[in-house]
Design a protein around this ligand. Sequence first.
Ligand SMILES: [Zn+2]
Length: 455
Amino acid sequence: MFTLSITELNRDELYQKLSNQSAGAIVVFEGWVRDHNQGKKVQSLEYQIYHELALKEGARILEEAKEKFNLHQVLSVHREGHLKLGEMAIWVGATASHRDDAFKATRYVIDEIKHRLPVWKKEHYVDEKPEWVFCRDHHHHVHFEEADFYSKQSKVIDQNKLKNARVLVVGAGGLGCPVLVSLATAGVGLIRIVDPDRISLSNIHRQFLYSPNLVGEKKVVVAKARLMELNPFIHVEAVSEFFKTDHLKDIDLVIDGTDSMHAKFEIHDACFKFQLPFVSAGVFKAEAQLRTFNPGQGCLRCLEGETPDDSLLGNCNDFGVLGAWTSVMGSLQASEAIEFLQTGTNTTSASTLYLNLKNLSTYLLKNFANKDCPVCRGEGDLLLNSLEVLHAQDGHIVDIRNMSDEEVAQINFQHSKTILCCHRGVRSKRLTQQLRSLGHESVFSLKGGANSLGE
Ligand SMILES: [Zn+2]
């Protein structure tokens, strides 16, 4: 059994767990925190571990050792958190009928754990600032400095601006993978990844953060571990959920890596509500487009009033997609996001890029802003969706399906919030606009009408 522990390891207890009269012998390896490493005086160290993956991979390693070396039993515990000098960092014990097997198995387990587990080690020194140490290569430790990591890009960007940036990436799929790798390696200080999906085999040809041995794992968990491996100087948050407005908290910029129109519109509306820029891309067959939505420069609702139905369009499940195509578009999204974080604007804020990935024709079409668009006019919140209505405790719903326009106009709007509900949300929206223009600011329209409530 492989476990992790935040408290000091007790070797007597561990021995007892392996006591076995038919084994006759035990081989144990203990790793301790020592007071020096590569000429530096070590004071203490810190382990950061990705539980979900580490436990699974650790169990796998012990299973392999048991099989390979014909063990009776094998047990290992890895410490996490802050460790003092002399403390035990890892304990591996193996029992076998033949001592050679037990020796080899113990060696195998410790080497594989060092090599395969998502474990990060930070060394604290007596008279220098702490450093992250790369544990994967068990033959030698590599120390590194943050400035060296970015030395080849410091001439093209202001690293501090990126370090202080907080970016939300919705979707860790075909677009999300290149976006995430580019942002992480560029040094975006905080990356929050939102995606509810698990890895499937058909994802991997374009979603290169994943591999076949991880099918069934949560995408965000694997993506986070991979990104932290690529760049230990950033923070990554993994949220295995569908996008919701809460995910925008403390975020500077959003990147949309989803492949459904419904999701894109949802992210779009939420970003406009909170005045956040977001970079969106779409790939349909070999046709791709890229646009940054920046409040004040037009929006999707300027063109399309209602959210289009996904079933009327297609996505990669229907038409197929090439990994090279989504990689190009994801990289462009990341590049536009970085430009925006650096300068407060970018090319695709003003124009949408259309790109044919087969013949490589491109054109930039100036974005259209509709001066009557309710979202751009900041009236986007005159629409409430059914969930928001549920949470609107200070409001009440008025069913206007059997009321005339005149009767609606007679309603007493003194309540703090009045939500009009018609069949599909079209008439209630029109009436809400009229009533607001008459000064009734607390009137709202239920988006999608009674249909959206499942009536
Ligand atoms: Zn608009």
